[in-house]
Design a protein around this ligand. Structure first.
Ligand code: 6PG
Length: 251
């Protein structure tokens, strides 16, 4: 397994800038190769800086948006206009501000019963991305990481980590997680088949977990974010200095 590329940026603004450049490059490469760019967006707060940046010059002019197809790495089981909706966050920061046809956006239907939402989403992902190969392959998946090492909605000890076949599952969340609502998430199978995965992680609160995920011998129970390892893809971690502190100090 290839080692991930680790890029350390001074602060969250520089992290969003670097992520924007890489997003543009990934989109151009995929569109040149097969006429479209299938990307799964991350939820949470860190990616919002990237999404706002992509909606501004020069990036907004450098992406062939009508050829971009937007999916989601995970979603909270709430309606699309709920303050906790990852889709709502992406719509407000990016989707409403770029010339992307609404038909190109495949949100997870959080208002359905969670298992139905997961089955519907897995069907859509397989139908769209599995057209050309048995293994559906996103061109790019954006991910964040919680300080417990979760990514998407793959929390320690939950079903998405052990699912071998389905591309998306519904999952309850551990008691400490907020918002305390069920989730739908892509599984490790879907994540690890991607052509590129880009983690966006910022803040001192993540530093110890970043160190645990990116350094040291393989533990018996690796944290979820450590289990994102691409078979034939490019994995990059974009970190700000605060989140990377544990890598530098060797603590
Ligand atoms: C979500 C995200 C989740 C997020 C991490 C980090 O639905 O909240 O999928 O995995 O990426 O919790 O969130 P922050 O970027 O807000 O720290």
């Amino acid at each position: 397994m290839k080692q991930p590329e680790i890029v350390i940026l001074p602060d969250p603004v520089a992290l969003a800038e670097a992520a924007g450049r890489r997003f543009v490059a990934a989109a151009a490469e995929a569109i040149a190769a097969c006429g479209q760019f299938n990307v799964a967006l991350a939820g949470g707060s860190t990616p919002a800086g990237l999404y706002r940046r992509l909606a501004q010059r020069p990036y907004v002019e450098q992406v062939d948006w009508p050829r971009v197809f937007v999916y989601f790495g995970d979603e909270r089981c709430v309606p699309a206009d709920h303050p906790d909706s990852n889709y709502r966050m992406a719509r407000e920061t990016l989707l409403d501000h770029v010339p992307l046809p609404p038909a190109n956006v495949f949100r997870i239907v959080g208002e359905l019963p969670p298992h139905e939402a997961a089955d519907l989403y897995a069907h859509i992902v397989r139908a769209d991305l599995g057209r050309y190969s048995f293994r559906p392959r996103f061109d790019l998946i954006l991910l964040g990481m919680g300080d417990d090492g979760h990514t998407a909605s793959l929390f320690p000890g939950t079903v998405g980590l052990t699912e071998r076949w389905r591309l998306a599952v519904s999952t309850e969340v551990p008691a400490y997680v907020r918002p305390a609502v069920a989730r739908v998430t892509l599984t490790l199978r879907a994540l690890n088949a991607a052509a590129r995965v880009m983690f966006l992680v910022a803040g001192a609160a993540k530093a110890e977990t970043v160190r645990a995920v990116l350094t040291g011998p393989e533990p018996a129970e690796p944290l979820p974010a450590r289990r994102v390892r691409l078979r034939n893809g490019r994995l990059v971690w974009l970190l700000d200095e605060a989140a990377a502190a544990g890598l530098r100090s060797g603590t």
